[in-house]
Ligand binder design. Structure first.
Ligand code: SF4
Length: 494
């Protein structure tokens, strides 16, 4: 058996950036822990993979783990000689030592010595990097002696509506990408051989930073490669990559060197504020914006989950379902705020309880202040579709919404500490102080992950109440932050 030289995932890292492959081989200590959002994507992919196996009942699983590739290949060979019709996690190694696993290797219906490759993704559409992924697989299996007919992607159908148990035939859809894959295979072996050489070099290949550091995937070495880039730089104020690349080419990275005529008006505010280290206020615009508010004020925020595999009846893949809200209420200007909250703490469909508590918590009149209200509006519209008996009340809540993001995103107000971002996690620390740092749960992705684990019964019952407390603290701080930011706006109106 050939010595192992390059895996599919190493090839994919290498075509994104050769330095990424080299660091991955030689500097594993630079790899940070996986963040909650990435872990959630891995978990969903794994879950979709297990459901897809049900489409091929009676298939044989290669159980040897991914660190023992030669053993997994032998297990695959045995399953084939035993006459398996489908093999899950089948593994092949070609004579150059390039190797790959495939989610499902299926004996073709046309000819029993020919196979289809089925790769399962929790995505809802074909992406360019899926073609690269499937091209390496097909190349490895073909060059290892397999006759391959189709390359199929098995994707999640976003229109699927769960009714009872998950129906794999309806949840998953196929995309036949055979032609695209065959196109991508042209020159693939040469690229793979180049990457093997790069991987084995003692010295790292020089690669500049750029858009490829975040696409198609965020590179795990970004913190390392980008450490010379200031927190606020050309990358924050110039989003158009061609224009920016031309300036970076000339060595322009720092804010002070950026030609002013190259940036938008709102970015000019960011730049001037940064250079003078002074906040910016458009007092007239702030006053006009504040003029639309009507008391009592309700500062509202949701936490949601959006699993690829719907958890309960009448749920669909990737739709946002709210399990928690926090609302701070202020009856009059300057009055003390009171607080209400909702968090579902049972492993069952929570939507109707959420709606009822929300309608009760939001009262009948007054502005409902949200940070980036398009998200909450969309969530309410979906709830109204799923539970039409509450449509009127949910629509009324949407009509009362006012977006607190606007004054910050439109630069009626700006602090140099925002580093160009108008997100709540930037504006609140910039104007009030960073209270998020004191919390156990500091961001929405972690809240989502912890809550999904609770619903999937992956959290020890003894630890659940602590998680609920952390979730409540996190959501409460989001609405408290809005209360404080509104106070800041009042202080700076004309
Ligand atoms: S951060 Fe960018 S330059 Fe550095 S290894 Fe990753 S992709 Fe390459």
């Amino acid at each position: 058996m050939s010595k192992l030289k390059l895996s599919k995932s190493q090839y994919l890292k290498g075509i994104q950036c050769p330095l990424r492959l080299w660091y991955y081989t030689h500097c594993k200590d630079l790899i940070p822990p996986i963040d909650p959002a990435t872990q959630a994507i891995f978990d969903q992919g794994h879950e979709a993979g297990l459901i897809a196996q049900k489409l091929y009942p009676g298939g044989v699983s290669v159980t040897t783990d991914f660190t023992k590739i030669p053993e997994a290949k032998l297990e695959t060979d045995k399953a084939i000689s035993d006459g398996a019709k489908a093999i899950y996690e089948a593994t092949a190694i070609n004579e150059l030592g390039i190797y790959s696993r495939i989610d499902i290797l299926v004996r073709s219906k046309k000819n029993k010595n020919t196979w289809d490759l089925v790769e399962v993704k929790s995505s809802t559409e074909v992406k360019d990097y899926h073609i690269d992924d499937c091209a390496v697989q097909r190349y490895v299996f073909e060059s290892a002696g397999y006759k391959i007919d189709k390359s199929l992607l098995c994707l999640v159908d976003r229109d699927y509506i769960r009714k009872g148990d998950i129906d794999p035939d309806k949840l998953l859809i196929y995309a036949d990408i055979t032609e695209e894959v065959q196109q991508k295979m042209i020159g693939l072996e040469d690229k793979a051989l180049d990457l093997i050489k790069i991987k084995n070099k003692k010295k790292d290949p020089h690669c500049s930073i750029g858009d490829h550091c975040t696409a198609p995937f965020e590179c795990e070495f970004k913190e390392h490669c980008w450490k010379h880039i200031p927190d606020f730089s050309i990358y924050n104020v110039m989003t158009k990559s061609k224009k920016r690349a031309a300036l970076v080419e000339q060595g322009i990275i720092e804010i002070k060197d950026i030609p002013r005529e190259k940036v938008s008006v709102s970015k000019l505010i960011d730049i001037e504020s940064f250079l003078s280290n002074k906040p910016f206020f458009n007092k007239k615009k702030i006053k006009d914006w504040l003029g639309q508010l009507s008391y009592p004020l309700y500062f509202l925020d949701y936490e949601t989950i959006n699993p690829a595999i719907p958890l309960y009846d009448l749920m669909s893949p990737y739709k946002q379902y709210p399990f928690q809200f926090s609302v701070h209420i202020q009856k009059k200007k300057g009055a003390k705020v009171t607080h209400l909250e909702f968090l579902n703490t049972e492993q069952r469909d929570f939507r109707e309880d959420f709606i009822k508590s929300l309608i009760e918590g939001c009262g009948d009149e007054g502005s409902i202040i949200i940070y980036n209200m398009s998200f909450e509006k969309q969530v309410n519209n979906r709830l109204a579709e799923d539970f039409p008996k509450y449509r009127k009340e949910l629509e009324k809540i949407n009509e009362r919404m006012v977006d607190l993001l606007i004054p910050f995103r439109s630069r009626y107000i700006y602090s140099p500490d925002q580093n160009g971002s108008a997100g709540l996690k930037s504006t609140f620390p910039a104007f009030v102080g960073d209270l998020y740092n004191k919390l156990e749960i500091k961001d929405g992705a972690t809240a989502q992950k912890q809550y999904m684990e609770f619903l999937q019964d992956k959290i020890d019952p003894a630890d659940q109440s602590k998680i609920f407390e952390d979730l409540l603290d996190y959501c409460e701080l989001d609405t408290f932050a809005m209360v404080k930011l509104l106070e800041v706006l009042y202080q700076h109106q004309k």
